[in-house]
Design a binder for this molecule. Structure first.
Ligand SMILES: Nc1ncnc2c1ncn2[C@@H]1O[C@H](COP(=O)(O)OP(=O)(O)OP(=O)(O)O)[C@@H](O)[C@H]1O
Length: 260
């Protein structure tokens, strides 16, 4: 489903290679999130640095999405702090431009597929005269060239998810957060998303992704962050996590048992 075209250079002058990442490492220090008297996340110490794909796993309601939203900056922690420690991490504009997030249900503007991508490039400050070419290359990369003029909101769920990935691809982010991007997709669409994630990884984009799918986590993860009841119980290299999970909760989770 994915077309082979050359992978885009970063929209900025800096290639999104972890060696010269301008944002990473990302550190959460003593992060908590409280809402209406409920402690939904607590005591989160997490460092995301270097290359690779971090897969965030855990039972329903554990706080995975909250954690990703806090990492991305969509939510502010009510306790502790989130710090981008790279040389340009202190600049809000750089943080906004150099990271992207893909959601389970893609957020599409009421305009064509192509315009969704060119708009994102415009917001990022990409030169006007080059936007269309770059957006078209991204749509082609994700097998969406023939749907470029179709209103984005009438695309199927799988097509919209590929469009969300194409939009992120055009932006060439240093860090990409994906929150259950395949939860509502059929097997072919899931494969396309997994190939895209691997492509982002090859491009040097740091991946942080949640999934419920153990098979998918095994295929993609370099490391696993296991979240349960609002806390991180493990941050472990993937092989070790699946072979010998340390916590009782992760042991049960990897056996496919319910964890509360
Ligand atoms: N913006 C928010 N404000 C207040 N509470 C929230 C917010 N987002 C999520 N919650 C609550 O926080 C808890 C954790 O939710 P979250 O979506 O992070 O879990 P999750 O691990 O991603 O779960 P699932 O696997 O079911 O998607 C839930 O009880 C949820 O109702």
């Amino acid at each position: 489903m994915l077309q082979t075209v050359s992978e885009p250079k970063s929209a900025s002058t800096v290639a999104p290679d972890s060696g010269d990442s301008t944002l990473l490492p990302l550190e959460l220090k003593g992060v908590g999130f409280r809402h209406r008297g409920q402690q939904l996340l607590q005591g989160i110490d997490l460092r995301i640095g270097g290359r690779g794909k971090t897969i965030v796993m855990g039972p329903n309601g554990a706080g995975k999405s909250l954690l990703l939203r806090i990492c991305h900056g969509l939510l502010a922690p009510t306790e502790g702090e989130r710090v981008w420690c790279g040389p340009r991490g202190h600049r809000a504009e750089d943080r906004r431009r150099r990271q992207a997030m893909v959601f389970q249900r893609p957020v599409m503007l009421r305009r064509s597929a192509l315009a969704n991508v060119t708009y994102a490039l415009a917001v990022q400050g990409y030169p006007r005269r080059k936007r269309r070419e770059r957006a078209t290359a991204a749509l082609t990369r994700f097998g969406l060239a023939s749907l470029a003029q179709r209103p984005a909101r009438v695309l199927s769920g799988g097509e919209q998810q590929r469009l969300a990935l194409a939009r992120a691809w055009a932006l060439a982010p240093e860090v990409l957060f994906l929150d259950e991007p395949t939860a509502a997709l059929d097997p072919a669409a899931i494969k396309a998303v997994e190939e895209a994630v691997a492509g982002f990884d090859r491009m040097g984009t740091r991946i942080v992704m949640t999934t419920h799918d153990l098979g998918q986590a095994r295929r993609l993860a370099d490391e696993v962050v296991f979240v349960c009841r609002g806390r991180i119980l493990e941050k472990t290299p993937a092989e070790e996590f699946f072979d010998t999970p340390r916590s009782r909760e992760a042991q049960a989770f990897t056996r496919g048992e319910l964890v509360w």
